[in-house]
Write a new protein. Structure first.
Length: 346
């Protein structure tokens, strides 16, 4: 049965790029509409804030966003990638969910956001929400979880069936992506060496990291090198690539979340930027293969409902849990807490 939707909703929006002061609650926002047959409208019960939201608010990828929203206008812009909620309308080709289902998932990177009473997302970027996760727990996981999954299982071939006995270096393990990545590797039987700030050492160790190294220490890279070669390196900081790539074992993988592709597309236009980025990636990949006998790749964060389905059992079995100290979760765009938000690392 179709759900009668209101004409307007509340949304936490920005009218221009800037600091927290540009955030406003708009009580007269138009509801998002289904524009593609695979899209789903969700009534949001909980959402969260990711570093990407803060970066976009500050102007990251502004030109790209303006290109993608040129038809309907860029502002006011609703941020927010993660959501938990209930399906209220589906496109004609949607088969993964139905009206009334409780779901968790991720909005498209530069489109309608989840910091609102309703949002729209692709069916492939969401999954049925497990009953053992509360709405707030579920809303803190999808973007970081999908990114960790893409980096480990998608790019580095670190999966539940192929991780036992392998050693993984996670550079920047205390953020949303890193904390989930640590738990995934440990749940799958691998060992983890990770870097973080001194005040996060106890956190990453509590999640199962075998070795935690203070990245501000003068001996940080000596300590990392002393652990030997790594079957995979997941670089979530992008600060020491030249030091990291030689540490990948033969037939291993180096995967970095911080790559220049988006900035190049922003500066040069989508086509020229993509071509330039592809050439850089190809050159680095060939060098890695020829010099070290391993694989080099870039990681692109995207929502993935299938990844959420794979991750859910880890939370059910207690092998993984969300870490709320690095993520702000709120319901219906509660702006009162926003002035205290900091730009956390990924």
């Amino acid at each position: 049965m179709a759900v009668k939707l209101p004409a307007r909703m509340r949304a936490l929006q920005i009218a221009k790029f800037g600091s927290n002061e540009v955030l406003k609650i708009n009580k007269n926002t138009k509801l998002p509409i289904i524009q593609k047959s695979d899209q789903v409208i969700v009534k949001v019960t909980a959402t969260s804030l990711n570093p990407l939201d803060i970066q976009i608010r500050s102007g990251y990828s502004a030109k790209m966003i303006q290109r993608m929203t040129q038809k309907e206008g860029t502002f006011p812009l609703t941020l927010g990638r993660d959501f938990a909620g209930k399906v209220v309308e589906i496109g004609s080709s949607v088969r993964r969910v139905k009206v009334g289902d409780k779901v968790w998932g991720t909005c498209i990177p530069f489109g309608t956001g989840a910091h609102a009473e309703y949002t729209v997302a692709s069916q492939m970027a969401m999954a049925i929400k497990p009953d053992f996760l509360s709405d707030t727990e579920a809303a803190s996981i999808p973007f970081a979880g999908s990114t960790a999954w893409a980096g480990l299982a998608g790019r580095a071939k670190i999966t539940a069936l192929k991780t036992s006995g392998k050693k993984v270096l996670i550079l920047g393990g205390s953020g949303g992506v890193g904390t989930l990545a640590i738990q995934m590797v440990k749940a799958w039987g691998g060992s983890v060496v990770t870097t973080c700030s001194s005040d996060a050492m106890s956190l990453v160790k509590s999640l199962g990291a075998d070795v935690a190294i203070d990245y501000n220490s003068s001996n940080a890279w000596a300590d990392i090198e002393s652990e030997g070669k790594y079957n995979a390196i997941l670089d979530l900081t992008g600060k020491n690539e030249d030091e990291a790539v030689p540490l990948v074992a033969k037939r291993g993988y180096y995967v970095t979340l911080h790559n220049p592709l988006i900035q190049m597309m922003e500066d040069m236009g989508v086509f020229r930027g993509a071509m330039r980025g592809s050439n850089i990636l190809l050159r680095k990949s060939l060098r890695q293969s020829w010099k070290y006998g391993s694989t080099y790749n870039w990681l692109y964060p995207v929502g993935n409902g299938l990844a959420l389905e794979k991750l859910a059992p880890l939370f059910k079995d207690g092998k993984a849990h969300e870490t709320s100290n690095r993520q702000k979760v709120f319901v219906q765009g509660d702006k009162k807490s926003l002035p205290n938000i900091r730009e956390w690392s990924c």
